[in-house]
Design a protein around this ligand. Structure first.
Ligand code: 9MR
Length: 356
């Protein structure tokens, strides 16, 4: 067979594979003149062009769903375990550590060449009974907290990009939340937790993380003041995580970009860590269009602020969203629907990231 005949045949075969959706490698492209368009870049690839990541939370029970894990592995470059690294999962009995759930997700992420935002070390929720079912002196609780943090952070040392060290420490009015930690140890538990985590893994980025701090307001002001104070005292804090659990009925946080910028100016990274945009059901075309605008705007806000390092959705599909169980009558919060089909929000994110 003459060389150019062979080349034409190879070209035709490649075009046919692209048309059939079979050629999906990074180099897969339609030959000139072929009808099919090249494979769309993933959200992760688009985000990387801006030096950002695009991530998703996931949870252990979902990992048997192969259509789900295929998309999870393809589209994202950062993974957060939704539950598997929380205290009730990792230290169910005092001094008995269980890494199975966290490890499963870290191993999966690693096999997909994804990084991990680890979540979370110090929280008031999802604590084991042995911890909440009795009283502790400050010295006892400090020892328990230090051991938990250092054992878990050491276990994942070198395997995770960042830690949400303290989660949800403030009330809406900017006062400290009256948690077990605050009540027993006082506000100093936050600096202690950061220092202990840093000792255990000096390379992990250490975050404080909370919801309803997307806009400038009493609660985000509390983080701003605390972050400034911690930086002044050289406490190892690297970033602030804005969860961004948004709801159409409460309005878009218009000062998000300004808010991200003021944390940047303190020398901190920021990230949108648990994004979803819920709505009152049923989802209509109008609501899905508005939701898409919000996803577009929050993506653009992160891209506009140099130290906003990335965006994570709190799982990517409505099939596995936490919303319907926690807010009856609400849902449809994520960029993919329950059948794993992309929604207007997905296309809006893609466009905001510079894709087509
Ligand atoms: O996604 C998590 C869900 O599966 C749990 O049931 C829930 C329990 O509170 O926690 C969810 O994740 C939360 C995260 O850890 C912290 N921010 C709020 C998230 C939604 O509740």
């Amino acid at each position: 067979m003459r060389r150019n005949t062979r080349l034409r045949l190879v070209g035709a075969l490649a075009a046919a594979l692209v048309t059939a959706g079979l050629a999906t490698g990074p180099g897969a492209q339609a030959s000139p003149g072929a009808q099919a368009s090249p494979r769309q870049p993933t959200l992760a690839e688009l985000a990387q062009r801006h030096g950002r990541y695009f991530g998703s939370a996931t949870d252990n029970p979902e990992l048997t769903d192969t259509a789900y894990t295929a998309l999870l592995g393809d589209e994202f470059d950062m993974i957060t375990p939704g539950n598997g690294m929380k205290w009730y999962a990792t230290e169910p009995q005092q001094d008995v550590f269980d890494w199975r759930y966290g490890d499963q997700i870290v191993d999966l992420a690693r096999s997909n060449h994804q990084r991990v935002r680890a979540h979370t070390l110090v929280w008031h929720s999802q604590l084991p009974d042995w911890l909440t079912g009795r009283t502790w002196t400050a010295d006892e609780l400090r020892a328990v907290l230090k051991k938990h943090i250092q054992t878990e952070v050491r276990h994942y040392r070198g395997k995770v990009y960042s830690w949400d060290v303290v989660n949800e420490a403030f009330n809406e009015d900017g006062s400290y939340r009256e948690t077990l930690w605050y009540q027993t140890l006082g506000p100093g538990y936050i600096a202690d937790a950061l220092r202990w985590a840093h000792q255990a893994d000096p390379h992990a980025k250490l975050y404080l993380n909370d919801y309803n701090i997307e806009a400038v307001g009493a609660k985000s002001d509390a983080y701003y003041r605390l972050a400034k104070d911690l930086k002044a005292r050289h406490v190892p804090l690297d970033g602030i995580g804005l969860q961004a659990h948004l709801a159409l009925q409460y309005g878009y946080p218009a000062s998000l970009e300004d808010n991200l910028r003021r944390f940047s100016r303190l020398g901190l990274d920021t990230a949108l860590t648990e994004v979803d945009v819920r709505m009152l059901l049923p989802a209509t075309e109008e609501k899905l269009a508005q939701q898409a605008d919000w996803y577009r705007d929050l993506t653009a806000a992160c891209l506009a602020v140099r130290r906003c390092v990335g965006i994570t959705v709190w799982d990517y599909t409505d099939k596995y969203s936490w919303i319907p169980a926690f807010f009856p009558g609400e849902g449809a919060a994520l960029p993919w629907d329950e059948q794993l089909r992309p929604k207007p929000a997905y296309f809006a994110i893609r466009k905001a990231l510079g894709g087509r």
